[in-house]
Write a protein that binds this ligand. Structure first.
Ligand SMILES: Nc1ncnc2c1ncn2[C@@H]1O[C@H](COP(=O)(O)OP(=O)(O)OP(=O)(O)O)[C@@H](O)[C@H]1O
Ligand SMILES: [Mg+2]
Length: 284
């Protein structure tokens, strides 16, 4: 099943050796963005990739809570210049580095141009050390969200099969097309029973985008609905770590393998070359 998706052409930048920026948004809140980001990031890190995650839900981020971390500093300290990037970054599972959001700070719900440039500049310095930068955005279609999406190499739009989520994903795609018509976007369908439900959701949204936006939207993949996801959230553990044999963990690893398929193999400190297995399970 993954092979069929894998045969789709990848965006040109995905095969680069350089840092790949992946931004995730959804329009509607609570559809699974943060869980997707955290599990994809950690899956890639477990395979030897160097991964950074930016909690770009600037005012109300909760990636640190999901991971059971208590950061001392956050992106607010970086943007005011009080702290350096190295001081603000914290280590998460499997060595993923995290740039925490400033939870509850209203002033950070919108970043000004200067702050945006400062963040870009700091990240640029990591270019040679980092394979993937994930950006988890807030719900909604604010300028903050669209700016972050526009700065990424790949943009994943997350939806689930509920009509409210589909409508909001469509609204986001529409706004992005108006603001950044050059960007292509990929759909990630979360909380599905399996491939056929994911493809049905994809067909539905594609019909609308093709008809009204003359835009092509690729299907990136899907994650199955699995009770281990809410359980792991309550436990502040990640599915791919705590429940590696679950259906959801298999989905996350398959998507991570798909993201990584265009990159050259990485040499692990042990000297071993670390490609994902062809079946996308991430296990060797
Ligand atoms: N594949 C799944 N299977 C079952 N439940 C899921 C799945 N994905 C997400 N959930 C449920 O949805 C909840 C919300 O997920 P998450 O916090 O990742 O969403 P979000 O889009 O980041 O939300 P927000 O817009 O508030 O940032 C999770 O706590 C979990 O209970
Ligand atoms: Mg979130």
């Amino acid at each position: 099943m993954l092979n069929e998706l894998d045969s789709r052409p990848q965006p040109a930048t995905a095969g680069d050796l350089a840092m790949t920026g992946i931004a995730i948004a959804s329009g509607k809140g609570g559809v699974g963005k943060t869980n997707v980001v955290a599990n994809l990031a950690v899956s890639l890190a477990m395979e030897g990739r160097s991964v950074l995650v930016i909690d770009a839900d600037f005012g109300l981020g909760n990636l640190d809570v999901l991971l059971g971390l208590s950061p001392r500093y956050n992106i607010g300290h970086l943007l005011t210049g009080e702290k350096s990037l190295e001081e603000v970054l914290i280590d998460g599972p499997a060595g993923v580095r995290i740039l925490p959001a400033a939870s509850g700070l209203q002033s950070l719900t919108a970043m000004n141009q200067m702050q945006h440039r400062r963040l870009q500049d700091r990240l640029e310095r990591l270019r040679d050390d980092v394979d993937y930068v994930f950006m988890d955005t807030s719900a909604g279609i604010s300028d903050n969200v669209t700016d972050v999406l526009a700065s990424a190499t790949r943009t994943l739009v997350v939806t689930n099969p509920e009509p409210t989520s589909l409508v909001d994903a469509y609204a986001l795609i529409k706004v992005m097309q108006r603001l950044h018509p050059e960007r292509s976007m990929e759909l990630l369908v979360n909380s599905v029973q399996g491939e056929s439900e994911a493809r049905e959701v994809y067909r539905h949204i594609r019909k609308t985008t093709e008809r009204f936006l003359s835009l092509s939207l690729d299907l990136f993949g899907w994650v199955v609905r699995d009770p281990v996801v809410p359980r792991s959230v309550r436990e502040q553990q990640l599915v791919v770590e705590k429940y590696p044999d679950s259906a959801a963990a298999r989905s996350f690893r398959a998507l991570a393998a798909k993201l990584d398929s265009g990159k050259s193999p990485k040499t692990h400190p042990s000297g071993q070359v670390l490609p994902f297995r062809r079946d996308g399970s991430g296990r060797r």
